[in-house]
Design a protein around this ligand. Structure first.
Ligand code: NIG
Ligand code: FE
Length: 419
């Protein structure tokens, strides 16, 4: 067989393969499906052979591009399953206030936080082209750090017109660069200023937005920020139930600063994932385990906000909840695009092992976007999204932190990084 791309001699080919059809839980999260001295062959956009280098070379007689990964490891591309990547402005001023001891919720109540980015984003929407270009530049950086699929939420428009405009920017950026994108509608991210005293009216407005999102086919997921000062579980229920009727899949921001029952609500409604969970009840953990709802943990948030309250990852894993990791890239609570940094934090702060963290950032994150059958592992028939890291062993991935270990990214069967 002649292949388009052949990567060979990898000291470890980390396949992340596992049971078909479901994310990894418990001990399976320790299993990375490593093939030593491994190789992978790609034809078009698909992986066509995986195995020890000798075996793969016996099947693949020639390849147009050959990458020698001697002394390096090969991984599936990262899946960043929670980001807010389209926004105007930045919030380093708040970051400095946080260094001085002000909390995220205090800043939010003082009209800073999400609402300050809403203001900047609405201004920026006057020239959508600039926002689109900025999103493209963020995605280029993500790709250089190994992310080949990402979710992107709206949530900085908070009016029908601006939320739809953000969804259209997400749709355009999906077409204009190589990273695969999954769109999430987060009209219920905060109550905009003009509705501060008319919360029920804003909920009605969001229901109207959902109508448009559905008819225009602009999002696959609907998310709600369930938190003190944001949406209560009963407000979230109204929105999420309607979204479900429209055929959207569900995600929730829950337990970022307070546990107000978001995990229980998400479990009851059959959400694909519930994200953050720095605060979660025992009952919430049990329900998520029972329903196999993915916990998307975002350790970059307590790190950036300096709160020292991290999700109980060990408890979640022991209880049988499938755990995934993501950046939560946004200007307020986590301005990083690097999944390598998130893995480094997951090991240090969540006490996940390197193997668990890598599964959480690849195959389980793919399931958190309902794409576990297509991406997230190196297996025959899956999309050819793989990368080479300049380390001889996967345990070094979280060990060297704050540096980019990725040397080559193959996206859809094409060497895309370095450009
Ligand atoms: O996931 N919590 C809500 N949304 C983001 C923060 C957004 C912002 O601060 O701008 C989060 O942490
Ligand atoms: Fe978020």
């Amino acid at each position: 067989m002649i292949a388009d791309v052949l990567i060979k001699n990898a000291s470890e080919l980390v396949t992340a393969r596992g049971p078909r059809g479901s994310p990894k839980t418990k001990e399976a999260m320790e299993d990375l499906g490593i093939i030593t001295n491994g190789a992978v062959a790609i034809d078009g956009k698909e992986i066509v052979a995986v195995g020890e280098t000798d075996e793969v070379l016996a099947a693949v007689t020639r390849a147009r591009t050959v990458i020698d990964a001697t002394d390096r490891i090969v991984l599936p591309g990262f899946v960043d399953c929670h980001t807010h990547l389209v926004f105007g402005g930045s919030r380093e001023d708040e970051f400095i206030q946080k260094i001085g001891g002000r909390s995220y919720l205090e800043i939010m109540q003082g009209n800073g936080g999400i609402l300050s980015t809403v203001e900047k984003t609405r201004e920026a929407l006057a020239s959508p082209r600039a926002l689109l270009n900025r999103a493209g530049a963020f995605l280029d950086k993500m790709l250089a750090y190994g992310t080949t699929t990402t979710e992107i939420k709206t949530g900085y428009g908070l009016s029908t017109e601006s939320e739809l405009a953000l969804l259209k920017i997400i749709a355009s950026v999906k077409e204009s660069q190589p990273v695969d994108i999954v769109a999430t509608f987060l009209g219920a991210h905060a109550f905009p200023k003009e509705y501060a005293k008319r919360k029920a009216d804003y909920i009605q407005l969001v229901l109207g937005m959902l109508e448009r999102v559905k008819t225009e086919g602009l999002a696959e997921y609907c998310d709600v920020f369930v938190e003190v000062g944001a949406f209560s579980p009963s407000e979230a229920r109204t929105i999420l139930e309607q979204a479900k009727k429209h055929g959207l899949k569900l995600k929730l921001h829950a337990g970022e600063f307070n546990d107000i029952g978001g995990a229980e609500l998400g479990a009851e409604l059959g959400a694909t994932s519930i994200d953050h969970l720095d605060y979660i009840s025992e009952r919430g953990i049990e329900l998520m385990a029972e329903k196999k709802i993915i916990a998307v943990l975002l350790p970059g948030v307590p790190f950036h906000l300096m709160t020292d309250r991290y999700a109980p990852a060990r408890k979640l894993i022991d209880a049988g909840v499938p755990v995934a990791l993501a950046t939560d890239f946004n200007p307020g609570s986590c301005p990083t695009l690097s999944m390598q940094m998130i893995i480094a934090l997951a090991c240090r702060q969540l006490k996940m092992t390197p193997a668990e963290a890598i599964n959480a950032a690849t195959i389980n994150a793919a399931y958190a976007l309902d794409r576990g059958d297509k991406v997230g592992s190196i297996e025959v028939g899956k999309r050819a999204d793989t990368m080479v890291l300049d380390i001889p062993h996967h345990r070094q991935l979280p060990y060297w932190f704050g540096v980019n270990l990725v040397t080559t990214v193959v996206k859809n069967g094409v060497v895309t990084y370095p450009p």
